[in-house]
Design a protein around this ligand. Structure first.
Ligand code: HEM
Length: 798
């Protein structure tokens, strides 16, 4: 019906043309042309083929894709009056446009207006109070977790975000695990590639007992409501029981209930809970992309360390340091540009027919600002596929903006949307990333794991066996203590920690059976030159890097701390051991009892390998579930695909009047910023940086003096890409498949930059831990997915 309606609308629009775009098949349109993974790459490719605004019929719905910032502003900002609705999400139990549950998904109506006003107020007020100091507090715990268990860096970073957000929402970090689960379940519910109801909307009108996916959604919705109400009730109790209740968004709601004009307390519970979910969902993705960037573009790391050491010295960063740290802000801004967390943007829906530059845009079109393309406009971002923080620091680049005390900033950035629907969380995102990533770079350096040996050793190695027996002993000891006497909070924490180590050691055995081969295969793939690559050529960014350092000669004349400080880098095993020992000592002091000497014995060896988090497992499981119809796959675009996707779109003669489209063949070429590995000569650097690229092409070589010690000539080991990406050749393009693109965990090395900083962190963490400042995550209804419980964690799919 929608297809016929759209066709009729297009006929009635006289004197204007339809937007260009792929023709597709009748009714289903171009759904069969979409890939299963990273669908935004296909939309990007179509943008290069059809122009900066084009339309695609996807299963009868007209989707308009915008690939340039100025067009998105023209439509979504300047004509916001008719471009600010949201499309319907069929898999949700209640209509997202009117239910009042999820502010980002509501259409423009009264409920949206009052909730948006509320959102603005709580964000402004909490920003004035430095977001209550929560990022600083939780970054301490993040540092400890990274020291203790570096291979779970992704879990630690997700927990950091979730804990900060839980504290902001309800003043406590206890619900952080539950919040993560609520966020991942909602993400499945709203992602086109997630819940089955988004692929087959008709199932949502059938009885629950026949449709497990509908029952799953009912439980998700019930659990979410119960969780938000429980948290609201808890804050109410804290406010009446405590003289100094913690500041939070919920407290702000409860203290001024009448002011907000909400229909009920339940609306307030959702208005706050939704912000919790929005935060928990999104910010962890750029934190993990930052690790990718640091490892694949290591030549910029020292620039950041120099700033950190100069501004912060021996203390961790705070929100107040923001004006003094443009380099850190540039790293963050560039990471968001390079790997947009929401690459397809969040769609708007048009409420009226419109004409733009002679093109007809029918009412009811779903409008996507395609962030992946917008942040790759080569006129604004030369060499757009390169991660290059200098574009924000060097005036040679078009994106440079002064004053550097304010710019670069991620606020007012297109990644956060347009017009009346702009994201409300820009400020808090910047604070979380600034403090969190600043702390990470203050304490650690990162290196790609270039070891030719498999990073995982067999679980039966001597060291592993020793570690296992050490951990077993500790767990036994902790269990014994638990029986003998009531455990103090710190002791309980130590026990949990030790048990986790034990679990990890066991999990490691499974993981290691399959991981080494897969890793080797991936590395081999990554180092193969691409078939259609062009000869290596000198990139302007390299000149720009040199220029930048020449301009900043005074600053960079300072001796690099690099070799000196890195020599103090400490193995994690020692650190892990040190934490355990300190915890033991602290507790010994507290209870005057002695610990077994084995606690200060040989610590477990670290395995610096990323581990798949629960979140990733869930996401992977979603996309692996076989659907009832054999010709359908799950994919990340919301469209059902055949087993073998048809990859050749029909050529269209439509040409946009806006910017002439580039020829598809030119956009498919792959260029290298340094020669492909086959032509590169490895060159050893003093601190055994992975590899440096040199080449026979003299234009790529710069005299070392001009480069300064800050740029040690290490070039990315990835193949920079333009237009169509050969994803299998780019290890930085491995994302989760739901609406938020989160890089999959990868293997790399974290090294402590300065031992005294590590000790400071441990000491402070212990102090605060003993003061009860770091609550453990609370279990609300068990993590079981079994049975037909009224509330609980949903299975990935039932
Ligand atoms: C990396 C972090 C984040 C990114 C990339 C992001 C991105 C976005 C985008 C693209 C939109 C839609 C804008 C549009 O429709 O034009 C949005 C909306 C929204 N975001 Fe964020 N967001 C992030 C973090 C947050 C956080 C931390 C919060 C709150 C704690 C938040 C709260 C919201 C809200 C409430 C809306 C809805 C605004 C409306 O529809 O009126 N976001 N965000």
């Amino acid at each position: 019906v929608k297809y016929l309606e759209n066709a009729a609308r297009n006929r009635f629009a006289k004197g204007v043309r339809s937007l260009p775009g792929p023709q597709g098949l009748p009714f289903i349109g171009s759904v069969l042309e979409l890939p299963q993974k990273n669908s935004w790459m296909k939309f990007h490719e179509w943008g290069e083929q059809y122009g900066p605004i084009y339309q695609v019929n996807l299963a009868g719905v007209n989707h308009v894709w915008i690939t340039r910032d100025n067009i998105a502003r023209d439509l979504l900002t300047k004509r916001g009056a008719i471009y600010s609705n949201r499309p319907h999400i069929p898999a949700l139990e209640r209509d997202n446009r009117t239910s009042g549950q999820y502010l980002p998904l509501m259409s423009k109506n009264e409920t949206w207006t009052r909730q948006r006003r509320f959102a603005k107020q709580i964000m402004d007020t909490s920003e004035k109070q430095s977001f209550y100091g929560y990022p600083e507090l939780e970054s301490l715990r993040l540092m400890v977790e990274l020291m203790v268990d570096p291979f779970r860096y992704n879990v630690a970073m997700e927990s950091y975000i979730s804990r900060v957000t839980s504290r902001l929402a309800w003043g406590t970090s206890a619900p952080s695990d539950e919040l993560k689960q609520r966020a991942r379940e909602l993400l499945i519910g709203v992602s086109p590639s997630g819940a089955l109801g988004n692929k087959f909307p008709f199932i949502m009108s059938l009885p629950e007992r026949l449709i497990p996916a509908k029952a799953w959604e009912s439980r998700r919705a019930r659990t979410e409501r119960k969780f938000f109400q429980t948290m609201q009730q808890q804050v109410k109790s804290d406010m009446s029981d405590s003289d100094t209740p913690k500041p939070s968004w919920m407290r702000a709601f409860l203290e001024n209930k009448l002011k907000w004009g909400f229909a009920s307390d339940l609306e307030g519970a959702f208005a706050v809970g939704m912000h919790g979910i929005a935060g928990a969902l999104t910010i962890a993705a750029p934190m993990q992309s930052f690790c990718l960037a640091m490892c694949h573009y290591p030549q910029y790391q020292d620039l950041l360390y120099e700033e950190i050491d100069e501004v912060l010295g021996d203390r961790m960063p705070t929100f107040a340091d923001m004006p003094d740290m443009p380099v850190l802000r540039a790293f963050i801004r560039e990471t968001l540009r390079w790997r947009p967390p929401v690459p397809t943007g969040i769609p708007h829906e048009s409420s009226e027919d419109d004409v733009y530059e002679g093109y007809h845009i029918p009412a009811g079109s779903v409008i996507h600002p395609l962030e992946w393309s917008i942040s790759r406009d080569p006129d604004v971002f030369p060499e757009p596929d390169e991660w290059n923080p200098l574009r924000w620091l060097d005036q040679e680049f078009p994106t440079f903006q002064e004053p550097l005390t304010k710019f670069p900033t991620i606020t007012q950035y297109s990644q956060f949307g347009y017009g009346r629907r702009t994201c409300q969380g820009m400020g808090v995102t910047e604070a979380d990333l600034f403090v969190g990533l600043g702390s990470v770079a203050w304490l650690f350096s990162m290196q790609a794991n270039d070891s030719p040996e498999p990073v995982n050793k067999p679980a039966t190695s001597d060291a592993e066996a020793e570690a296992e027996s050490w951990l077993q002993e500790q767990v036994k000891y902790a269990n014994q203590r638990a029986e003998d006497e009531a455990l103090s909070e710190a002791e309980a924490d130590a026990q949990i920690w030790l048990q986790e180590q034990m679990k990890t050691t066991n999990e490691r055995a499974d993981f290691e059976e399959t991981a080494p081969r897969a890793l080797q295969e991936r590395r081999a793939q990554a180092s193969e030159p691409l078939g259609d690559s062009q000869p290596p050529r000198c990139l302007s960014s390299e000149d720009a890097e040199r220029g930048f350092f020449e301009h900043n000669a005074k600053r960079i004349k300072r001796e690099s701390w690099d070799s000196k400080r890195r020599s103090t880098s400490q193995d994690f095993s020692t650190l892990q051991h040190a934490i355990a020992a300190k915890l033991a000592n602290q507790n010994d002091l507290a209870d005057q009892s002695s610990r077994p000497s084995s606690l200060t014995g040989t610590p477990p060896p670290p395995q610096l390998t990323a581990r798949i988090s629960e979140y990733d497992r869930v996401e992977q499981a979603v996309t692996k579930i076989p659907l009832p119809f054999s010709w359908h796959h799950a994919n990340d675009s919301g469209i059902c695909l055949p087993e073998t996707p048809l990859s050749t779109p029909g050529e269209s003669e439509s040409v946009s009047a806006l910017t002439p489209p580039t020829s598809p063949s030119s956009t498919r070429s792959v260029r290298w910023s340094c020669p492909p590995p086959a032509e590169a000569t490895p060159e050893t650097t003093p601190d055994s940086a992975p590899k440096t690229c040199t080449t026979t092409n003299s234009s790529l070589q710069h005299p070392p003096s001009a480069r300064s010690t800050k740029l040690r000539g290490t070039r990315p080991s990835t193949a920079p890409i333009h237009g169509k990406v050969a994803m299998e050749n780019d290890p930085t393009m491995d994302f989760s498949t739901l609406l938020i693109a989160k890089p999959m965990p990868f293997s790399f090395q974290l090294r402590i930059r300065d031992e005294s900083r590590a000790e400071k962190v441990q000491k402070r963490w212990l102090e605060l831990k003993l003061q009860g400042k770091f609550e453990e995550a609370k279990v609300y209804w068990g993590k079981t997915t079994a049975g037909d419980a009224e509330v609980g964690w949903g299975k990935t799919f039932s």
